[in-house]
Ligand binder design. Sequence first.
Ligand SMILES: [Zn+2]
Length: 771
Amino acid sequence: PDQNSESPELPLPGGAQRQHAQAQARTHKTRGSTNLRGNQPVQSSRLPHRDAPPQFSTPLCPPVSPPPGRGDRRRRMAAAGAATPVGAAPRVGLLYDDRMCAHATPDGEKHPENPERLRAIRRKLDAEGVASRCVDMKAKEAKEKYIASVHTPNHIKLIRDISSKEYDYRRNKTARKFNSIYFNEGSSESAFLAAGSVIEVAEKVAAGELSSAIALVRPPGHHAEHNEPMGFCLFNNVAIAANYLLNERPDLGINKILIVDWDVHHGNGTQKMFYSDPRVLFFSVHRFDYGSFYPCEGDASHCFIGEGAGEGYNINVPWEHGKCSDADYVAAWDHVLLPIAEAFDPDIILLSAGFDAAMGDPLGGCCITPDGYALLLTKLLGFAKGRIVMALEGGYNLKSIANSLCACTKVLLGDNFTYNSPRMQPFESTWRVIQMVMVRDELKAYWPVLSSKLPDNVPLRSAPSYIEPYASSGSESDVEDVSELPDAISSVNVTQVVDDVLSKHITMLKLDEDNLATKNTSSDSVQAQDDGPVVASTRIYDLPFTWRSALSKVYVWYASFGSNMWKPRFLCYIEGGKVDGMSISCFGSHDTSPPRGTMWKTVPHRLFFGRSSTPCWGTGGVAFLNPEINYNDESYVCMYKITLEQFNDVLFQENRLVKDNSEDGKLESPSSPLIGLSEIESVSSNKALHLEPIKDSWYSNVLHLGEEDGLPILTMTCPSTAVAQHKSGELPLAPPSETYSATLIKGLVEGKQLDANEAANYISSAAARSL
Ligand SMILES: [Zn+2]
């Protein structure tokens, strides 16, 4: 069945029609090779090598050794797909339809997601003579039954009706109930056309009528959730198309779909829709910034790998900060995406092609060049016989998106391209993120290819400094010149647009924290109500933060079991300084605000005293908590409600990672946190996290002791390996010094947990018993 008319216009696969379709399919041999250096031809990754097995290497990143057999399979694949006569041009579908420009802000307010985005791209493709080389496609509205494969009936009804007269007087109010959404009279039609257009082109590519296709659609889709529009997205266009191919068109033989989401934001909606579905491998690379980048949900972290049958089929590569460039993306491609794509062997690739990681984008703060996008796309052409469907998602600098999409279209058309952008090194953080993804045992179980070791001699650059907000750093001069664009477009000041939108929304939105919880309510909540509160959570416009400002908004309970049980001593870690009995001062935290709460608890872990002296307390052991749970033991912990930023500062100080820089007297602490939001996810599910970067430090093991007020209770102690060394006598057990134990006793007594005698007995018995 055709998606919108019941008349079977499309050729069914098989027989002569199939051969015809294959003959139209692009051959690998017509494709030019990539040249990154500009002087020496580099074999494109999708081309089978003759002499050596192909590697996912580029000059930006040293190669990873390919697993055995890859070359053979690649050759087989190339041979199977090479039914096209040499020299035949690829048939690239290009879907542009002005009706999708009808969706716009209701009163003409400036907004980054505006109709000019589509028009600017179209003008650029026309000006470059690229559009005329593509197969012209027209949009069709998606049938509701196909949209219903990913959205609730209420969601569909809302989007269908929102542009009707019935909504004239409450349209804006309805929009404000959602996160970063506007509606007007054209929204309904645009949304149905956007979803239908991706179905339309995906179906033709799957059927072999087109080699590949580009759907210039808006509103975008990847933030749209099962039951709510969100983040400029009304329907999840790519998810709807994926389900259409899998469920409605088994005749096309599409059983495995790779969705690559390179939009700078996490594809939260798409992730959820296929979270337990192994037929769809969802790969998203996005800014995460420790959970502070839109959509600011923890599920964008690398820990979210799918569940049930879909476990292993969800892969997030979460950047720690902005300014990521071609080199960072190429590294994620070479070391994560491409090896997994090779093993998954998709039948088609749907690309959630947002261009807001492009250089100059006012929201993304990254700097992929048009050549960079072309290179990333070239690397994907080696899979699924090159069947790629690009669906536009975000991207808000008109010049950047026009240039980037033009470069991608040329790649699909088979043009040679030379990588001319300045070579950059990946960030250190990129290497760390890639390693985090690769070392996850659960993922390795599904993708053994991830076990390959990363090269260790790669030149890396350190994290960028954030002195200015990105909105002003992406100056127009950063962007490749597109003087052929009409003045009206090229003169749009994107920074100004965003500033306007920001200030407008800040005044418009009434933040009502009590009602934030309505985000997860039942399916009925989508139906607009007249008198509901206006709800806003973190918006897509929010500017990037440093890790400190991000983690300064997250609270945890720090559970202390040693001298920190005495509050004045603990406050030395927050405010700096020292108390009686301490021989050296603490540096204090960056944020010196006092704990928001104090609370006592007992935990089923054994308290013991190990090591023989400390710089701060002199001779004698210090307190540790055995990481093993033991219900025969009970230890007192005094918990302080502090920010995750402060918790990291305590962790730094406990592990002696803060240094006094004697030259200028400034304190130096690590430039990235040891426990960010993804580590919280990890420690919450695994109960313990041994911090690899400080594995030899005394307090390198963070334990999750439960929850209080919905916040995690964390503590820091020694790793299990140290416990084993204490047991064997390799590391000494030693009773605490008098001053040190007096501090613990003061804590227990002043905290009204024990009287002085009981407290002294508690300490001495913990010190006396062997482990
Ligand atoms: Zn985006």
